[in-house]
Ligand binder design. Structure first.
Ligand code: NAD
Ligand code: NAD
Lengths: 200, 200
């Protein structure tokens, strides 16, 4: 089983490779320098996924980029559903980085009657009661949760019911979910508390 | 050396403990159930930091809460500097969760002349050229970076010069830093690309 951190590093390698000249041949040492890790770590990470370089020479940038794009499933677009169109949800909605990396937000949900029916960035906010039907019709596989913590579990269950298989959760709470669902938590407090642990 | 993930779990245990009755005695199994992990994982995590429970009985909630608060350095307030008062920075600025968990934002920096001097949430936006002096005067040890990617390295260097020792970086870029600085990246694209890896 590949550790999550190796998959995350793959995404960082890809970002570095995208800035380089396509036809260049790159050594694992050079790639390691670009992202601030070691030569051995690069080779170990890539070895999880197959044989890529020409032994003794290195990797062709274009080829390695194509391979990592395929491995990360980025050779297609993943439509995203966002639940909770509040301050954080609205910042994510207008963030160009999502669409640019192939994760365009395509459906919006909220449970505030004052917001349902309003249009934001060309999308009509729908009632979160309709999450299962709408995500299933739109064949959406990824959800982002930016609701208050107490609503996150219910919204997760609704997304799963509609066929969503991956969730990025910003609400600071533990979500119970079946193992088939891949859940990533982005937890501001936990990140800050890890910092204070080291600084104390 | 304690793995980062164990420290992050400690912060999640603390959040669960805060919701419980203080004088309760809790078994590691019960604590594990609350956060969706295993009994063995709870004991292994806590063992990194010392002896806490009464063997055969469990942990007293009040005592364990106090211990974890001390271990994470949360028995004090950590003033935070925020650089880049744009869409994401502004959402973080009004987010009550930061102040509530003991990380109040106390200084704001930006390099946009139209923003410098403006007041947001009672704080005057200062020029990012003054970062080293201001964070040093205010004895700020934690910085949050919500600038564009191309400004993040420069801002990091300015924060380090002012004595900041921990940084939470939201800009999607690799930051080169001395090992004494503790840096946590919150990278939306990497999180989403980890999801697409599993869903493909
Ligand atoms: N704002 C930040 O900077 C920030 C930072 C870190 C984490 N968070 C977390 O992100 C979440 C959102 O924060 P915010 O500041 O945007 O809050 P907010 O109150 O501005 O927005 C929350 C939105 O969720 C909606 N909502 C509530 N229940 C819902 C449901 N069942 N289905 C769909 N929508 C529902 C609300 O109507 C509202 O529009 C919170 O859990 C918060 O702890 C926020
Ligand atoms: N908006 C989001 O939802 C989101 C999500 C994930 C990541 N990010 C990342 O967070 C960062 C901020 O995104 P945003 O959407 O808020 O962008 P934004 O353009 O709205 O805000 C950026 C702010 O940084 C300021 N700035 C530029 N150079 C600076 C410097 N040297 N010192 C201090 N301030 C400086 C700008 O004047 C502006 O106010 C970006 O790196 C972005 O990739 C944003």
């Amino acid at each position: 089983k590949v550790p999550d951190v190796a998959i995350q590093r793959l995404s960082i390698y890809l970002r570095a490779l995208r800035k380089l000249e396509e036809n260049r041949i790159l050594s694992s040492l050079k790639l390691a320098e670009l992202i601030g890790t070691s030569d051995g770590q690069v080779r170990k990470d890539l070895a999880y996924f197959g044989e890529f370089g020409i032994p003794g020479q290195g990797y062709q940038v274009k080829k390695l980029r194509r391979e990592i794009t395929r491995i990360l499933g980025l050779d297609r677009t993943w439509k995203v559903a966002l639940a909770g169109v509040g301050k954080l949800g609205s910042a994510l909605l207008v963030y160009p980085g999502l669409r640019e990396s192939g994760f365009p937000i395509r459906v919006l949900f909220d449970n505030d009657p004052a917001k349902i029916g309003k249009v934001r960035e060309g999308l009509r906010i729908q009632s979160s009661e309709t999450i299962p039907q709408v995500v299933s019709q739109e064949e959406i596989k990824i959800g982002i949760i930016t609701t208050p913590a107490e609503a996150a579990q219910k919204v997760t269950n609704q997304l799963i019911k509609g066929g969503v298989r991956g969730i990025l959760n910003f609400a600071p709470t533990i979500i119970v979910h079946p193992s088939e669902l891949k859940l990533k938590n982005v937890d501001l407090s936990t990140n800050l508390e890890t910092l204070s642990y080291f600084l104390k």
